[in-house]
Design a protein around this ligand. Structure first.
Ligand SMILES: Cc1cc2nc3c(=O)[nH]c(=O)nc-3n(C[C@H](O)[C@H](O)[C@H](O)COP(=O)(O)O)c2cc1C
Length: 192
């Protein structure tokens, strides 16, 4: 896109998010999620993008309710996420505020749409991060009932306040900040 407008970039950013949340692997499937740790130190880890809704200005990921990130987000809901499309020299950064959903309409819908091999992960008896004497202890038997994991399942919806799109392709450097905190989205070219 040689002469892209701010609207084109906004459209492109949401297209990347939709592809990331869609079936199959895209450069925007895996995100690094940064939170404020319980001691104030930053914490980052990978999560899979599970939803992106332009009208609601929201993205979604799933997690284990027992994980440290849930405690962190309940204490400080503001978060940052970043993903990189390495072959295309592109990066998208998100800022927003998390809401943790458990056993509500959002969680139930996501759980019933989940694939068994994903849902089974939530059945592990050990909370993520629990010290173990051997890795096999975390193994969930293949014939375990996936419904058992529901109590540990959480959906995190993120109300976005900012999207930043950066393209450092040779000869076409561009960076756009989209402010989603007001009624209208305000986009602005910024220095890469
Ligand atoms: C490829 C990949 C995808 C992952 N996807 C998720 C995910 O969607 N949700 C999640 O909670 N953890 C996911 N994880 C694990 C997290 O990166 C992290 O190790 C775990 O959630 C514990 O994080 P916490 O202790 O900071 O809460 C993924 C890890 C990898 C390597």
């Amino acid at each position: 896109m040689q002469h892209a407008t701010l609207d084109d970039i906004e459209q492109l950013a949401w297209q990347c998010l939709a592809e990331g949340a869609g079936p199959g692997l895209s450069p925007f499937t895996m995100w690094q999620l940064a939170t404020a740790g319980l001691d104030g130190a930053p914490q980052a880890r990978t999560v899979v993008l599970r939803g992106a809704d332009r009208a609601l200005r929201q993205v979604i990921f799933h997690t284990d309710l027992r994980s440290v990130k849930v405690a962190e987000l309940r204490r400080e809901p503001r978060l940052s996420m970043v993903a990189c499309d390495l072959p295309n020299y592109r990066q998208i950064r998100l800022e927003g505020r998390a809401t943790v959903h458990t056993d509500d309409a959002v969680a139930r819908t996501a759980w019933s749409a989940g694939r068994p091999h994903t849902l089974i992960l939530y059945q592990t008896p050990y909370a993520p991060g629990t010290p173990m004497s051997a890795p096999e202890l975390a193994h969930v038997p293949d014939d375990a009932d996936p419904a058992l994991g529901y109590a540990n399942f959480a959906v995190v919806t993120v109300d976005l306040s900012r999207i930043e799109y950066l393209d450092i392709s040779p000869g076409a450097h561009r960076r756009v900040a989209m402010d989603l905190s007001g009624t209208n989205v305000v986009s602005q070219w910024i220095a890469p």
